[in-house]
Design a protein around this ligand. Structure first.
Ligand SMILES: [Zn+2]
Length: 118
């Protein structure tokens, strides 16, 4: 076996998460900041790269860095956003994607946190 032929592909960790109680909101896994206030309106910390509504297939939040990556990658997202799409934007294991389903809701949203955000 020739080890030189092994191509190292970037992998974005992707985790489906079911949230039984929405009252606690979602906290950033990097800094612990709560991402939503009591009214479920978004209060993003610096690590939050994007929020993507998987049912409506649209972004509800994009960080500046994420916007730039999306524009320069020429990727058009017309379906659910997955780890493959994020890897195509140049993300690797510094990003953690949480596909969040809320209790009592059919929809789910992807929250992606960039641990290298400064
Ligand atoms: Zn954070």
């Amino acid at each position: 076996m020739n080890l030189a032929n092994i191509v190292r592909t970037s992998r974005v960790p992707f985790a489906p998460v079911y949230q039984s109680a929405s009252i606690d909101g979602l906290c950033c896994p990097a800094c612990g900041t709560q991402q939503e206030n009591d009214l479920q309106s978004l209060q993003p910390c610096k690590h939050l790269a994007c929020v993507y509504d998987q049912e409506a297939c649209e972004f509800t939040f994009q960080s500046q860095n994420f916007k730039q990556r999306l524009m320069s990658s020429n990727i058009v997202i017309t379906d659910e956003l997955d780890a493959y799409g994020l890897a195509n934007m140049g993300y690797g294991d510094e990003l953690l994607a949480l596909d969040l389903t809320r209790a009592g809701s059919w929809s789910h949203e992807l929250f992606a946190f960039d641990f290298n955000a400064d």
